[in-house]
Design a protein around this ligand. Sequence first.
Ligand SMILES: O=C(O)CCC(=O)C(=O)O
Ligand SMILES: [Fe+2]
Length: 305
Amino acid sequence: MIPRLDAAKIAARDPETMAALKLGVEDVGVLIIHNTPISRPQMNGVLESYREFFRLPDARKRVVDMARTGSNRGWGAAGSEQVDPAANPDFKQVFDCGFELDKGDPLRAQGLLVYGDNQWPDLPGFRETIQSYYAQALTISLDLLRAISVAIGEDEHFFDNAFSRPMALLRGNYYPPRPDWASDRDFGIAPHTDYGCLTLLASDGVAGLEVLGADGQWLPVDAPVGEFVINFGEMLEMWTGGWVKATMHRVIGSKEERISVPMFFNPNHDTNVAPVGADKPILAGDHLKKRFDETYLHLKEAPPG
Ligand SMILES: O=C(O)CCC(=O)C(=O)O
Ligand SMILES: [Fe+2]
């Protein structure tokens, strides 16, 4: 059973809800939250903005193609990402945007790609809608991480310092209807775990997401517009010494097109996400860069020879 939790009750630290949260984090690896500050009409607006973008002719999307930059922000065409080396590149398209450092931020001087410039399409209202959602999704994600911290017996503010300049990435995924040519190695998004701490995932309500259960079975996870699926990422698994497991998930794709909107809640670049007491630090920025380099075709190293 996937716990479905009321965000207002989480915020109030309602004991029953906190127990269900703990179960969702430790045993199930996935949960659903509803009654967040993001209303259903707002979410519909966000979904519609992405829909409009993905409907643009490829020539207009190419203007913001991430493959033209060394970064990972903007449009990712179908086939631009391969999350599972055993599968073919995913047939989804994406649009990614991320955290913008203040003009005077000394981190800027380092030219880190994880804080690269956002690229915005020439589409009235798109940037405003997406950026305002980005800010709200950050707040909801941090609130949830604080509650998780409490639920697993840590201090509420254990993670706070790590999110002052988060490498948080907001993505719109567009899954066209599953193509006729698709084989069993072709996916909307192939099996993978997300790279960061947690993912706040919205969708247009079309089914498609599946999560791998402890029993080895793929379990469909559906949430209507206005509710969010939460799964956990590799950095949280490392940071908690394996207490929280990163959730394996995939989308095979169906006859219906589908849009989903994950907020990948990644910490500051310089965060040490190694377990407490580990002899070597693991920098969040290094882990993220490694995973991007492994999965984005335009960032992959050319094969030797
Ligand atoms: O579309 C979904 O429901 C999942 C998307 C996903 O797993 C991802 O973008 O990492
Ligand atoms: Fe994912």
